[in-house]
Design a protein around this ligand. Structure first.
Ligand SMILES: [Zn+2]
Length: 285
């Protein structure tokens, strides 16, 4: 951004005020990670699907099951959408997840659903890139700050007609899975969890940046499904997003999605979280 207004006399004093966290998250319900991880150890594989390069795949995960997204052939970023399998209007809420957990997510953090539900839909239980932290540029992995690459922005900036952006890949996959048209599927596609993507904001201009993902074949991100899920994962045309996206220029690899079913009784007294408790009257009489 460009700043042109004249600074007031106390500008430095105003800038020196310490920030406060918008949403202190100590009161968030804490997921029982030891229980989830123990149940995962005894779980058996129940399904597998591959998201092919510059394409997307859908998958379903019953509540209480697990899913793992893996890099298999080369460094590759994935754009993940999640819905309540029984009500597609309840879907991943990237902005609120960002407000609650920060710009990037890792093990122990959760993906939250849209209003009026606002409940955990998936909990990250393992992250093989958890070592990365925040680099010298302010970059980190698995962001909830980007949207998803899309053909509209490409058209706006470059006048292009490109059909294998994540937005279009997710639309095609969802349309195929539901047996509906692209026009019917498209409004369900939403801002993503950028799996394996390494991003941040530049300190000088505040612009969204990406850099080559540290992901390598064998790396994975693993989730516990808190509610019945329908997922869609796009293998981004940007590949490792080291240079560009929204084109066929980058080396692009598939991503593997595996679903695991827990053993009977492995989750003890665990229950799928109820919808948010706000009464929805909004002050109306
Ligand atoms: Zn993309």
């Amino acid at each position: 951004m460009t700043r042109t207004a004249a600074a007031p006399a106390d500008a430095e004093a105003r800038r020196a005020i310490k920030p406060v966290i918008c949403y202190p998250n100590e009161t968030l319900p804490v997921p029982d990670l030891p229980l989830y991880r123990q149940a995962r150890r005894g779980a058996v594989k129940a399904g597998e699907v591959m998201a092919q390069p510059r394409d997307a795949a859908c998958f379903e995960v019953p509540a209480g099951h697990f899913f793992r997204i893996s890099s298999v052939e080369g460094p590759q970023v994935g754009d993940l959408n999640l819905w309540n399998r029984n009500d597609l209007s309840e879907r991943f809420y990237s902005g609120k997840t960002r407000a609650l957990h920060g710009t990037h997510v890792t093990a122990g953090e959760r993906m939250w659903t849209s209003f009026p539900h606002l409940r955990p839909m998936a909990t990250i239980i393992e992250d093989s890139l958890g070592w990365y932290g925040i680099d010298q540029y302010g970059g980190s992995v698995h962001d909830v700050i980007g949207t998803r690459c899309d053909p509209y922005t490409g058209n706006l900036l470059a006048g292009s007609q490109y059909h294998h952006c994540c937005h279009s890949n997710l639309t095609r996959a969802l349309a195929g899975h539901l047996g509906v048209s692209a026009a019917e599927a498209e409004p369900h596609v939403h801002d993503v969890l950028n799996v394996f993507m390494c991003t941040g904001f530049t300190r000088d201009t505040g612009q969204y940046f990406m850099k080559a993902s540290p992901v390598r074949p064998g790396d994975y991100l693993e989730f516990f499904a808190e509610i019945d899920l329908l997922g869609a994962l796009s293998a981004c045309p940007g590949g490792d997003c080291s240079a560009e996206h929204s084109s066929d220029a980058a080396a692009c690899y598939p991503l593997k999605i595996e679903v695991f079913a827990p053993a009977e009784g492995a989750l003890g007294g665990w229950q799928s979280p109820p919808p948010n408790g706000y009464d929805r009257s909004h002050g109306c009489a």
